[in-house]
Design a binder for this molecule. Sequence first.
Ligand code: TBV
Length: 240
Amino acid sequence: MDPAEKKARDLLKDLYDRTPCMPIMVRLAWHDSGSYSAKDNTGGANATIRYSPESDIDANKGLDIARNLLEPIKEQVASMSYADLYQLSSVAAIEYAGGPKIPFRLGRKDKPKEDCSPDGRLPDATKRMPHLRDIFYRMGFNDKEIVLLSGAHCLGKAHPERSGFEGPWTTEPLKFDNTYFKEILKPDADPNLLRLASDMALLDEEETKKLVEAYAADQDLFFKEYAVAHQKLSELGCQF
Ligand code: TBV
């Protein structure tokens, strides 16, 4: 393993031991890479999320917290790009939280402020399957990958001051597992847990609902397929 990657992984582990910030790191990495458009090959995991105007869009509210937590680590692995560090922090967070080991390689390039992605590239939590398809197909994903990546909502919670929504999706939001799928399949929602329209959208159609059921029933299958989809997400718009 590259010495900088090893060092960053050690420092991230120390950070997660001290501060349970694994979920927001997964969100930071997703919002950086999820700006990708396969139509014109713009956006992607290029760290433009740290510049205005991209840093200021509503969908990215609160992510300065994640970036600030990573700054002391970046100083100690100066040779690593921000884009690599953001994606590594997410992959390491998922592993730390008990999730699958996600294949990772270094080599993402940081792009300048001028290459900031426009607003509107990330999904809207109030919309359903047709919208999710528009957004995820633009990144080059299919229906199965939409279901798999949504499983990342097993981690973390929504914050009223960031998104206007409130609460975790599962009862153990610092654990990466398949309970997100189990919760959305329950006919009666747990009143303490969050269900967004976009979460329930996965049950709108027979094909995606079957996948939710399969991942709820088989965590090993979820982990195996999630790792592949997440690696793809972490490399959008990048050449190695
Ligand atoms: C947080 C949005 C990873 N996602 C999160 C919030 C909201 C959404 C709360 C932010 C806050 O208030 O702090 C509102 N959920 C959505 C949207 C849709 C949805 C827009 C539309 C379909 N999410 C995600 C992927 C991944 C995540 C692909 C990672 C692979 N998101 C994520 C985490 C957290 C949020 C880990 O999007 C918790 C952060 C596929 C924290 O605890 O700070 C679900 C999908 O369904 C859209």
